[in-house]
Design a protein. Structure first.
Length: 484
C-alpha cells in the first residue's frame, strides 16, 4: 500500500472502468498553440463532448458531470483529495487582448516577444527568434588573411624591384656574354683563317647587370681602365638576343658605339631602358631595317656638368685623352670580350648633340676603323673653351676640315653619315648648319642622308623613334653582320 507524504494512506480516485485519466487542461482562453487535432490557428480547446463522472478532479464525488454544473459555473474552489487546485480561469481572447508588462530594463526583449506572439495568433505560425549573425568560418578568415599578405608581398616586390633592391632585382649580378677564355673548357671552335669574324681575344672584363630587358637581354656595366688613353671610366654594353643564339655561335656581330649629349658623365643615358634604344634595335632587326648591333655606351667626358667643361671627344693637350678613349680603348674592350667583325664594315658610331659631333668626327678622322655614323642634332665644329692656345690641335678635330681632307685624298674609303634634325631644335642654327655641311661635303667618298623631324626637339626621345624611319636603314645597308 502506498502512503501520501503526510503518512495517510493514499486512495486513488474513483474512475469508471475503461476511462483513462486526462491531463489537466489550461484554463479556457489561455491556450496559445495548436488546438486539439493539430489544426493551426485554433485559439482555444474544444469543449469535451463526453461527460465524466468526475469532471473537476479526482477528488470530486462521482456522478457530478458537466450536465449537473455548467462549465463556467463549476466550483474551482473545491479541491479533490490529493489534487492540486486547478488554475484560475483567464479572460477569453474575445473579451480582452493579452497585456504584456515588462520591466523597463528589458524593454526591447519583451517588445520582440510580444510581436512574435501576436504574429503567431494572427497567422498561425509559431514564433521564432532571429538568428544572430554568423561568425565567419576560420577557413574563410585564413583565406582572406592569406590573400591580403600575398597582395602586400606582391606590391612590396614590385617596389623593391623598381628601386633595384635585392632579392627582387638582379642588378649587380655577373653577366656573361658567351665569351670563353682562351684554353678554357668548352671553348668555341676557332674560326677559319679567312673568316671575317673575330673571336674574343681576352675576355677578362667583369660585367655587372644594370638592367634586364623584357626579352631577357641585359644591359651590363664594367669599369674600363684605358691602356692607351690612361682614362678610367664606365662602359655599358648590350648584346641582342641573337648573340646567344646557337645558330650564331660562330658569327661575329657589328658594334655600334652610342654617345650621349650633355656632359655624358657619370652615366651614358643611352643605357637607360626608358629610351628603348636596345628594344628598338631588336625591333628594327626583326623588320629587316637594321643589323643586330652590339651596343657600347661609354661615358663621354671625365667630369660632369658641375665643371661647366666638355672635351669635344678629343685629345686636348693637358687634358684626359677622351678622343683616344672613345676610338681606341672602347673598341679594344669590345674586341676582347665579344665576337666582332674584323673589318671596319662592322664598326659604327651614333650620338646626339655633342655625342653626334663626336660620332661625326670619329668616322671622318678614322675612316679606316669606322664606316658609318648616325648624327642626331649634332654640332658641326669644335667649340670647347679648353682649345684656347691649341689651334693646331683644334683644327685636327674639326669635322669640316676632316671631310675636306677625305675628299681631297685619293683612294679614301667611303663613309656613310646619316643626319637627323628636328625643325624645333632649341639651337636654331643646328638644321641650317647640317644642311650646309651636306651641301658642301656630301660628295666623293662621303655619303650622306638627312631626315628632318617635323616638330622634333633637341632630345633623345625625339631621335630614337625617328632612327627607324631612315637613318638606321641607311647605314645598315652598307655594313656587315652577323658573319662567320
Amino acid at each position: 500500500m502506498s502512503y501520501s507524504p503526510d503518512g495517510q494512506p493514499y486512495q486513488p480516485p474513483y474512475r469508471p472502468e475503461g476511462q483513462q485519466p486526462q491531463p489537466p487542461q489550461p484554463p479556457y482562453g489561455q491556450q496559445q498553440g495548436r488546438g486539439q487535432g493539430g489544426q493551426q490557428g485554433q485559439g482555444r480547446q474544444q469543449r469535451p463532448q463526453q461527460q465524466y463522472g468526475n469532471p473537476q478532479g479526482y477528488g470530486r464525488p462521482a456522478g457530478q458531470g458537466y450536465d449537473q454544473q455548467g462549465y463556467d459555473q463549476r466550483g474551482y474552489g473545491q479541491q479533490g483529495y490529493g489534487q492540486q487546485p486547478p488554475p484560475q480561469r483567464g479572460p477569453s481572447p474575445y473579451e480582452q487582448q493579452p497585456q504584456y508588462h515588462r520591466p523597463d530594463q528589458q524593454g526591447q526583449q519583451y517588445d520582440e516577444q510580444y510581436d512574435q506572439t501576436r504574429a503567431y495568433e494572427t497567422y498561425g505560425e509559431p514564433p521564432y527568434e532571429e538568428e544572430p549573425p554568423r561568425r565567419k568560418s576560420k577557413v574563410k578568415r585564413w583565406l582572406i588573411a592569406g590573400t591580403t599578405v600575398l597582395a602586400l608581398a606582391g606590391v612590396a616586390a614590385l617596389v623593391m624591384s623598381h628601386f633595384d633592391i635585392p632579392p627582387f632585382s638582379d642588378k649587380g649580378q655577373a653577366v656573361s656574354f658567351g665569351g670563353a677564355k682562351p684554353g678554357a673548357a668548352g671553348e668555341a671552335p676557332k674560326p677559319a683563317a679567312n673568316s671575317k669574324m673575330s673571336m674574343p681575344t681576352n675576355p677578362t672584363a667583369v660585367f655587372k647587370n644594370e638592367s634586364t630587358l623584357s626579352d631577357g637581354t641585359h644591359v651590363a656595366v664594367t669599369t674600363l681602365d684605358g691602356k692607351k688613353s690612361g682614362f678610367k671610366g664606365k662602359v655599358w654594353v648590350w648584346a641582342p638576343k641573337e648573340y646567344n643564339d646557337p645558330k650564331f655561335a660562330k658569327s661575329g656581330f657589328p658594334v655600334m658605339i652610342a654617345l650621349p649629349g650633355g656632359s655624358g658623365f657619370p652615366v651614358n643615358y643611352w643605357m637607360g631602358a626608358d629610351l628603348k634604344l636596345q628594344a628598338s634595335i631588336s625591333k628594327w632587326y626583326s623588320e629587316g631595317k637594321s643589323k643586330p648591333f652590339i651596343l657600347a655606351m661609354p661615358v663621354l667626358n671625365p667630369e660632369g656638368e658641375q665643371s661647366n667643361k666638355y672635351w669635344d671627344a678629343s685629345d686636348i693637350p693637358g687634358q684626359p685623352k677622351m678622343g683616344t678613349w672613345l676610338t681606341d680603348d672602347v673598341p679594344d674592350l669590345m674586341r676582347e670580350n665579344f665576337r666582332t667583325i674584323k673589318s671596319r664594315d662592322g664598326w659604327a658610331f651614333m650620338g646626339s648633340s655633342t655625342g653626334g659631333f663626336a660620332s661625326l668626327k670619329a668616322v671622318l678622322k678614322y675612316p679606316e676603323k669606322f664606316k658609318a655614323a648616325i648624327c642626331s642634332g649634332p654640332d658641326i665644329v669644335p667649340d670647347s673653351l679648353m682649345w684656347k692656345g691649341h689651334e693646331k690641335e683644334k683644327a685636327e678635330n674639326n669635322p669640316e676640315l676632316l671631310a675636306k681632307q677625305l675628299i681631297d685624298k685619293k683612294g679614301s674609303p667611303d663613309v656613310y653619315l646619316a643626319f637627323q634634325v628636328g625643325d624645333n631644335e632649341n639651337n636654331k642654327r643646328t638644321l641650317p648648319d647640317v644642311q650646309k655641311f651636306i651641301a658642301t661635303y656630301g660628295k666623293g667618298p662621303i655619303h650622306t642622308s638627312l631626315r628632318v623631324i617635323a616638330g622634333g626637339e633637341h632630345n633623345a626621345k625625339t631621335y630614337v623613334p625617328n632612327m627607324g624611319e631612315g637613318p638606321i636603314e641607311f647605314i645598315s645597308k652598307v655594313m656587315e653582320g652577323p658573319v662567320e
